[in-house]
Design a protein around this ligand. Structure first.
Ligand code: AMP
Ligand code: MN
Ligand code: MN
Ligand code: MN
Length: 287
C-alpha cells in the first residue's frame, strides 16, 4: 500500500470510548490503517479481546494504555505502548490506581449538586461500560438529565479541569508512570503535549525533565493538532532525540467529529513512526 498510515491512540468502552474492542479492530481495516493501538485509560482489560482480533484483520494491532500524571501543577497524560496485558504486577497497580476514581466521582456529583445540578451517582453509573467511569460518563449523564445539550457543553460548563464541578483525582508522578510502563514491557510516551501547553511553553526544559523521568518520546502527531503544532512538535522531537508518536485519540460517539486515523480530517501518521518507536523500545529505559 502506498503511504501506509497508522493510529497509535484510541479508546473503547473499556474506558471512555463507545466502540467494542472487536469493532475498533475491524475499523482499523475499514480506515485502511497499517497499525492501530488501543490505549484505554487506566486499564489493560480490553486488550485481550482487541489482540484476539489479529487473526481477523490485516492491520497490526498494538496493545497500549493511557495514564494520568501530575506535572508542573497540571494534568499530563502518558501513553504506554506495547505493554503486556497479562502482566500481573501492572494489572494490580492499575486496579489500585482506578480506585481513586470512585471517591472522585462521588465528590464531583456532590459538587454538581451544590451548583444546583440534580445528578446522582446512580445516573452516572448506569453509563458504566467497563472498569473505568470517567468524566465522559458524567457528561453523558448530564446530557441525558437535560442539564446540558451536549458533551462539549458539559465539559465547558461543569467538568473541564478548573470548571466549577471539577474535582481532581489521584495522578501519578511522571517517573512512576514511566517505570510502571517500562516494567510492563512497554514504551512510555507523553500524550498530546500540545494539549498540556502550547508552543510558547518552555518545552525545551520540560522535555529534558520528562526524558530524565523515563519518557521515550511524545505525540508529535495528534487528532486535534493543527499543522503548525505538528510541525513544532516534530522539530522538538528531532532536536531532543525523542521518538515522535501519533494518533487520533478516537473515542467513538463520545468525541463527535473525530475519526480513526484521520482525526478531524488532516491527521496522517506515517508508518515509519512505528519503526522509530520499536527502535526506542529495543534501546530500553533511559537510553
Ligand atoms: P477523567 O479521566 O475522568 O479525568 O476524564 C478525562 C477524559 O475526559 C479525557 O480522557 C477526555 O476523553 C475527556 N475530556 C477531557 N476534557 C474534555 C473536554 N474539554 N471536552 C470533551 N472531553 C473532554
Ligand atoms: Mn478519554
Ligand atoms: Mn489524554
Ligand atoms: Mn486518550
Amino acid at each position: 500500500m502506498p503511504n501506509p498510515m497508522i493510529d497509535l491512540h484510541a479508546h473503547t468502552h473499556f474506558s471512555d470510548g463507545t466502540d467494542s474492542p472487536e469493532a475498533l479492530a475491524l475499523a482499523a481495516d475499514t480506515a485502511g490503517l497499517e497499525a492501530l493501538a488501543l490505549t484505554d485509560h487506566d486499564t489493560v482489560d480490553g486488550l485481550p479481546r482487541f489482540l484476539g482480533m489479529q487473526t481477523s484483520v490485516k492491520a497490526r494491532l498494538i496493545p497500549g494504555t493511557e495514564l494520568s500524571c501530575r506535572f508542573l501543577g497540571r494534568s499530563l497524560h502518558v501513553l504506554g505502548l506495547f505493554v503486556d496485558p497479562f502482566d500481573k504486577v501492572f494489572q494490580a497497580r492499575l486496579a489500585e490506581f482506578r480506585k481513586s476514581r470512585d471517591e472522585r466521582n462521588l465528590r464531583m456529583v456532590a459538587r454538581l449538586n451544590e451548583l444546583g445540578v440534580a445528578l446522582t451517582l446512580e445516573q452516572v453509573e448506569v453509563h458504566r461500560t467497563g472498569p473505568v467511569v470517567s468524566r465522559v460518563h458524567m457528561a453523558v449523564a448530564l446530557v441525558e438529565s437535560g442539564a446540558v445539550k451536549s458533551i462539549p457543553e458539559a465539559f465547558n460548563r461543569y467538568l473541564a479541569d478548573h470548571a466549577p464541578g471539577f474535582v481532581p483525582r489521584q495522578e501519578l508522578d511522571p517517573p512512576t508512570a514511566a517505570r510502571w510502563i517500562w516494567e510492563a514491557g512497554g514504551l512510555p510516551l507523553i500524550a498530546h503535549p500540545g494539549r498540556f501547553a502550547g508552543r510558547s511553553f518552555g518545552w525545551d526544559e520540560a522535555m529534558d525533565d520528562l526524558r530524565g523521568a523515563g519518557m521515550a518520546g511524545f505525540e508529535a502527531y495528534y487528532g486535534e493538532y493543527g499543522p503548525a503544532e505538528q510541525a513544532y512538535f516534530l522539530e522538538l522531537a528531532a532536536r531532543k532525540g525523542m521518538a515522535p508518536s501519533g494518533g487520533s485519540d478516537y473515542h467513538g460517539a463520545n468525541k463527535p467529529g473525530l475519526s480513526l486515523g484521520v482525526g478531524r480530517g488532516c491527521l496522517r501518521v506515517p508508518g515509519e513512526v512505528l519503526e522509530g518507536l520499536e527502535a526506542a523500545r529495543a534501546r530500553g529505559a533511559w537510553n
